[in-house]
Every structure is written in C-alpha cells, then in structure tokens.
Write a protein that binds this ligand. Structure first.
Ligand code: GSH
Ligand code: GSH
Ligand code: FES
Lengths: 104, 104
C-alpha cells in the first residue's frame, strides 16, 4: 500500500525514527532518552495526524508485529518499544546501533 | 456537581482507587505494583466510560490539580501518578499508607 511505502521510505531515510503519541509517558521516556544521548530522532506523533494516525499504526503493526507506541527504528531496523530501547541502552548496545546508523 | 460528589464518595469508601486507562503503560505499572503488594485497588478505566470518561478526568483535575492518568488515591488521600506512587514505594512509605488505610 502507499502508506506502507511511505513508512519504509521514512525509516530508510532517517537514522532514528520514533512513532509516538504526544500524551504518552512511555513515548516521552524514549524521546527524552535520545535527547540525553544527543540524538535527534524523526518523531511522528500519531495522535496529531487525524485519521491517518490509526492507519499508520495499522501499517506499523503489519510491518513489525508491534501495534503499540512508542515504535522505534534505528538504521532502518525495528528496535521495539520503550522497554526494548531502554534495555538495549542499559546493555550498552543502543549507542553502538546509533553510531552504526550515523545517528551521532 | 453530581460527578464531583460521586468521586468524593468513591475515594472515601475505597481504601485504594486508581483512575486509569486500559491502553496506558504507566497505568499498567501502578496496577501491577499494587498487585505485587497484594492490594486490590478499585480501578476505574476512564477510556471505557464513553463520554463520562473525559468528564471524570476534568472533575479529577478540579479536585486534585492532576489531569493525567494514572490518578491514585489511598485512604481518600490524593497520592499522585505513577512516578509519585513508585517514589513512595521506594521510600518505604507506600506500604505504611496502605496499612493505615486498611488496604491490606
Ligand atoms: N512494553 C511496551 C508497551 C507499549 C504499550 O503498551 N504502549 C501503549 C501506550 S503506553 C499503547 O500503544 N497502547 C495502545 C495505543 O495507544 O494505541 C513498550 O515498552 O513500549
Ligand atoms: N509523571 C506522571 C505522568 C502522567 C502522564 O503524563 N500521563 C499521561 C498518560 S501516560 C496522560 O494522562 N496524558 C493525558 C491523557 O491521557 O489524558 C505519572 O507518573 O503519572
Ligand atoms: S499512554 Fe501512558 S504510558 Fe503510554
């Protein structure tokens, strides 16, 4: 679908992408973690896109199996949600992924 | 207002009350913390009450200054959100509050 192609293009062209919701504390945690790591993700707030928001969320589920936010991609690779991202950070792996993706 | 009286009655008659949303991970964290402490809060899922949900959320904001979920009460006292509740737990104060409220 065209929306699916849009998502693939987005994650392919941006080192770090976070699909988020503005009111969601888990989304806020992930955004603030990247900020602390001096990374500027492309943030897509699904609640600010009108009817396209839920459509995007369905496409993301089709592409990644994940229907929740935040939904994080680094170097075009699906990372996961908040818990997954924080886990990788604590293992020291997040920063290597970010360097490999030239995110910083 | 009548809704305000309902809330006051609810928090007055139940040792632990959590105003929550079913999709929210912060709300889930608070509910799971109480479960681990062997406490059965009265949980009110604001997203499952149709138009009354947002109305209740406004009443809670008027009563507590807090417009977010989760919104936690123990022994009729406003505790706060997820971060506040977890903070009290780590300080060892949550369990005293729960005992005092005969929550367990
Ligand atoms: N363990 C996941 C939890 C993700 C989750 O449950 N996200 C919620 C919001 S906190 C969600 O997307 N709920 C459904 C929705 O908002 O559409 C993570 O760490 O990201
Ligand atoms: N620090 C607060 C954060 C509360 C918060 O921002 N809650 C969000 C959901 S995670 C919220 O209620 N957003 C507005 C809404 O859902 O109506 C806490 O620990 O509870
Ligand atoms: S909506 Fe509350 S943590 Fe995501």
């Amino acid at each position: 679908s065209r929306l699916e192609e849009t998502v693939k293009k987005t994650i392919g062209e941006n080192p770090v992408v976070v699909y988020s919701k503005t009111w969601c504390s888990y989304s806020a945690e992930v955004k603030s973690l990247f900020k602390r790591l001096d990374v500027q993700p492309l943030v897509i707030e699904l609640d600010q896109l009108g009817p396209q928001g839920p459509q995007l969320q369905k496409v993301l589920q089709r592409l990644t199996g994940q229907h929740t936010v935040p939904n994080v991609f680094i170097g075009g690779k699906h990372i996961g949600g908040c818990t997954d991202t924080v886990k990788l950070y604590r293992k020291g792996e997040l920063e290597s992924l970010l360097s490999a993706a030239s995110a910083r």
